[in-house]
Design a protein around this ligand. Sequence first.
Ligand code: COA
Length: 170
Amino acid sequence: CRPGRGRVLAMTITIRDLCAADREQMARWTIDFFADLKAGGDPYFEGAVLRPDAVARDLILPFPSDRLGVMALRDSIPAGYLTARLDRPFVHESPIHLVGHVSHVYVAPAHRRQGVARALLAHAEAWFRDRGIGWMQLSWQPGNRLADQAWRASGFEPYRIYGRRRIAEG
Ligand SMILES: CC(C)(COP(=O)(O)OP(=O)(O)OC[C@H]1O[C@@H](n2cnc3c(N)ncnc32)[C@H](O)[C@@H]1OP(=O)(O)O)[C@@H](O)C(=O)NCCC(=O)NCCS
């Protein structure tokens, strides 16, 4: 064999809990995630500003044990994160006491379409199952094409539609 430049055929994705040392990375990703969502043009984002110093200050790391906060690494390179919690289903009378709610999933642009979100969701699913949870849910905006494709590809179906109309300035 001649040593030379090879092709990387597969990178290993690992998932680990967020820790205190992730503060800067998480603050950057939170800002980038916000910018991605803001670019979708939803009127509620108009004039909305996320201050980097406030984001870094307010991050609670590591996450409390009743919540999930994990980072995905592709061959040791930070690639994305997921946060989740247990929540009541929207039908409060339901005999289903708690459902798994995925709050954030963000994958850095350079690592997209490599199965990182799938790996993060699989990890969250296992975390929910370990707690006896039978349903997992997340939400996305209809104009978010990447999320729409990714979540539908992972078997998520819309189950509730929010409506709104403008009634005045303000
Ligand atoms: C949505 C997001 C998390 C997906 O992450 P990802 O790591 O790229 O997703 P995956 O590689 O695991 O893709 C899983 C499946 O989703 C679908 N998918 C993802 N990106 C897609 C794209 N650009 N075009 C078409 N299908 C796509 C595919 O079916 C894919 O499976 P496949 O590659 O085997 O065909 C990522 O695009 C992202 O961080 N976007 C910005 C933040 C955001 O909108 N987050 C969600 C808020 S609700």
